[in-house]
Write a protein that binds this ligand. Structure first.
Ligand code: KIV
Ligand code: NA
Length: 277
């Protein structure tokens, strides 16, 4: 299977072939994702919540994002590797933001970066793409805006919000984004935006009419600890599998049935004979 690239994702939209995307934050899960043939692996700043246990995505740093991305990089051979720019890494000035985008490419091997926001990011996106770094946009429910939004709420519900999100999507395409994540918006709005853009839309909580879908790996595997959002489909109960295995392991250790003799190393015959002399 051929390497997924920015141009090959654009071509998928033209051919109306759905784009599959998922998050991964570590070598092992990224290998499974890549070997399963998904198109896009995102090292999302959602790792602040699912890997680090923070309440929202705001605390994770550039250095932490780079650390996780490097592990994922060693695993991913075919998928396109996108890294999320964390909160604060692109909000001060465009020079610093560009320097941070470059760090993802140079220090962690990311092939593209993602950042949240609409029109207000257009100039920055122009600068990053001019530096040869592909940018994925992200509008709608943008988790880094949690305090402004007053929680994680579906966006694009009023006529004004709908118009603004359509304008934002067009501004991101115009600024040079190669794809846009649409998160937490009515499916009808995602449908409209998907038809208005030449670049692919990747939906999460945005209905089935997007050009692609993305989920947080830990959500779809039931490796998160709060009730899932409406848009999460549980494809496996990995936490349940692990819980059971851990309980059995603990039982076996306490009952001294683990390890068995066959799971142990032994003296060689030579040493055994010397011991008996
Ligand atoms: O951080 C993340 O996981 C994301 C995706 C859900 C789009 O931004
Ligand atoms: Na994110």
């Amino acid at each position: 299977p051929a390497k997924v690239t920015v141009p090959s994702l654009l071509e998928k939209k033209l051919l109306r072939r759905p784009i599959s995307a998922i998050t991964a934050y570590d070598y092992a899960s990224a290998r499974l994702v890549d070997e399963a043939g998904l198109d896009v692996v995102l090292v999302g700043d959602s790792l602040a919540m699912v890997m680090q246990g923070h309440e929202n995505t705001l605390a994770v740093t550039m250095d932490e994002m780079l650390l996780y991305t490097r592990g994922v990089r060693r695993a991913v051979k075919r998928a396109l590797l996108v890294a999320d720019m964390p909160f604060g890494s692109y909000h001060t000035d465009d020079r610093e933001a560009l320097a941070n985008a470059i760090r993802f490419v140079k220090e962690s091997g990311a092939e593209a970066v993602k950042l949240e926001g609409g029109r207000e990011r257009a100039e920055l996106i122009r600068r990053i793409t001019a530096a040869e770094i592909p940018v994925m946009g992200h509008i709608g429910l943008t988790p880094q805006s949690v305090h402004r939004m007053g929680g994680y709420k579906v966006q694009g519900k009023t006529m004004q919000a709908i118009d603004e999100l359509r304008t934002d999507a067009l501004a991101l395409e115009e600024a040079g984004c190669f794809a846009i994540v649409l998160e937490g918006v009515p499916r009808e709005l995602a449908h409209i935006i998907t038809e208005e853009l030449r670049i692919p839309t990747i939906g999460i909580g945005a209905g089935p009419d997007c050009d692609g879908q993305i989920l947080v790996l830990h959500d779809m595997m039931a490796m998160t600890f709060s009730p899932p959002a409406k848009f999460v489909r549980r494809y496996a109960d990995v936490a349940g599998v692990m819980r059971k295995a851990l309980e059995v392991y603990r039982h076996d250790v306490e009952a001294r049935t683990f390890p068995a003799d066959a799971e142990s190393y032994h003296f060689s015959r030579e040493v055994r004979e010397l011991m008996h002399e």
